[in-house]
Ligand binder design. Sequence first.
Ligand code: GTP
Ligand code: SAM
Ligand code: SF4
Ligand code: SF4
Length: 360
Amino acid sequence: MSVNLGLPKIARPAPPELPGLPDRFGRTATDLRISLTDKCNLRCTYCMPAGGLDWLAKEQVLTDAEIIRLVRIGVDLLGVRELRLTGGEPLVRAGLVDIIAGVRRNHPDLPVSLTTNGLGLDKQAGALKQAGLTRINVSLDSLHAQTFAQLTRRPFLDRVLTGLDAADDAGLGPVKINAVLMRGINDLEAPRLLDWSLDRGYELRFIEQMPLDADHGWTRDNMVTAAEIRAMLEAGGFELSPDPRRRDGAPAERWQVRRSGAAGTAPAGTVGIIASVTEPFCADCRRTRVTAEGRVRSCLFSHEETDLRALLRGGAADGAVAERWREAMWAKPRAHGMDHTGLGDADYVQPDRTMSAIGG
Ligand SMILES: Nc1nc2c(ncn2[C@@H]2O[C@H](COP(=O)(O)OP(=O)(O)OP(=O)(O)O)[C@@H](O)[C@H]2O)c(=O)[nH]1
Ligand SMILES: C[S@@+](CC[C@H](N)C(=O)[O-])C[C@H]1O[C@@H](n2cnc3c(N)ncnc32)[C@H](O)[C@@H]1O
Ligand code: SF4
Ligand code: SF4
């Protein structure tokens, strides 16, 4: 079943006999992102409403076995080469360790990473590593307790920092830190966040805020742009030079960082900037997403979803599930859920789902 979420449906031919998950614009998805839950224990203002959302009922959410099977279909039949577990907050999913262990049993060499807010990592990091998790990204927008609480609507900065210590001890590196900068709230903290990340050996990435928040508070003018971020870092004591490594479909553009006055020395580390709005990277997008209830979203901003759960629960063979998934990806929009880039343009329509409910 394909679920149209509001826009006119376009008639499309079936995908050709190409291997994997190709789309109509010459891209092939190899990076699978699965949301393990729509629930979360933070309420970041750019993502969730203060009162939370109507959570999915347990029976609506894919089971551990269904997730492990979908990953197997993705890897064995559809050319998936890496897996990202996300949410909502994936650490609140009871079966997380079992899911990772099950995936790892089937795919000894698959890179499996987790994007998390870090709450509860102190207790789970060791078990996650032992189950076969490869590495981790932790979202952290501020190192000031008060600013953290303002942005996330919860006073839990210390718990995130404890979680990061545990991730280091468990060997879940290289750790990446995700920070969304919000004008007038944490934007001036950008150099300090970078300094702290360099000292701890983390790769910090700044993310342009995207219009995916429940409160519909995003405006193009108020968003902190990649160009502004680079300028703030340079004014704040850092020199940036392009990272010579190939980007390889990654959302983050990476920069080598030297502390000012250290020209000619080895870089102190790298910083990434994910400029989904002002410098979009859709032309080289390699992503396929599955929501917590088992729907394929071919693009973060899609208005159409394709249900795989009914097939999984209806006794369909792996090949039939794979074929439906291929059809969904063939219909992937060119960019930003449309036929052109343009978050915030007059014709941009924000998806009904928030980032947390899509699986960021
Ligand atoms: N426009 C767009 N932005 C994305 C997409 N995927 C992730 N992002 C943004 O990039 C941020 C970081 O995503 P992560 O899950 O930490 O990881 P990543 O950068 O995709 O991948 P790694 O560098 O391999 O860890 C997200 O918070 C989103 O804001 C995407 O498909 N499209
Ligand atoms: C939706 S969260 C899910 C995983 C986990 N709860 C976390 O926060 O890392 C994944 C990423 O999406 C980012 N994000 C959420 N809403 C966003 C928005 N409106 N624009 C840009 N990034 C956003 C978060 O900062 C986080 O790094
Ligand atoms: S960004 Fe992550 S931690 Fe923050 S509310 Fe959304 S899902 Fe939760
Ligand atoms: S907006 Fe859509 S097409 Fe562009 S990078 Fe994200 S998922 Fe890919």
